[in-house]
Design a protein around this ligand. Structure first.
Ligand code: GNR
Ligand code: NI
Length: 174
């Protein structure tokens, strides 16, 4: 397994639209293993392939306390969305240290392929439902900050660019 590099907003590659996997083979299973390792190492509850610069419809999620219940979604589609909406504070491994409120469906049913290529459906709510919607946005090239006002988004962009510059300087001094 290998730890992959997570793209940081505002990287234009975060806005690419992922293509369907279709056939789940050894290459996809290796990608899933690497994404799980990367997500656990970064203490995230989810990761979309887009975030590691692979533009295929693959998502990993684990919202369990023990971090031992990975949910793998390949070629996922939302087949049901609750009318009820909820607002949650969201964060993103591609936008570190930024937390903002986003409105989502309270529950959704996702249909997807598992790592054996078998189709399944799963109804989720709470943090898992938020996470499924957040990750499916990534596959469409959408980052959660795009739900915010243009002013907030611009402030985040400036903050992220400033932080990247500072880190580059620290690396040069080391
Ligand atoms: O780790 C993550 N936490 C989180 C918290 C609230 C709403 C969504 C998320 S997803 C995020 C990991 C990530 O960036 N996935 O794309
Ligand atoms: Ni994210």
């Amino acid at each position: 397994m290998a730890r992959l590099t997570i793209l940081r907003y505002p990287d234009p590659r975060l806005h690419k639209v992922a293509r369907p996997v279709g056939m789940v083979d050894a290459r996809i299973r290796r990608l899933i293993d690497d994404m799980l390792e990367t997500m656990y190492a970064a203490d995230g509850v989810g990761l979309a392939a887009t975030q590691v610069d692979v533009h295929e419809r693959v998502i990993v999620i684990d919202t369990s306390q023990q971090r031992d219940q990975p949910l793998v979604l390949i070629d996922p589609e939302l087949v049901w969305r609750s009318d009820e909406l909820v607002v949650n504070e969201e964060g993103c491994l591609s936008v570190p240290e930024i937390f903002e409120k986003v409105q989502r469906h309270a529950a959704v049913t996702v249909a997807a392929l598992d790592r054996e290529g078998q189709r399944f459906e799963r109804r989720v709510e709470g943090l898992t439902a938020v996470c499924v919607q957040h990750e499916m946005d990534h596959l469409q090239g959408k980052v959660f900050v795009e739900y915010l006002s243009p002013l907030k988004r611009e402030r985040i962009r400036v903050k992220m660019n400033k932080r990247t510059r500072e880190e580059q300087q620290e690396r040069q001094q080391a």
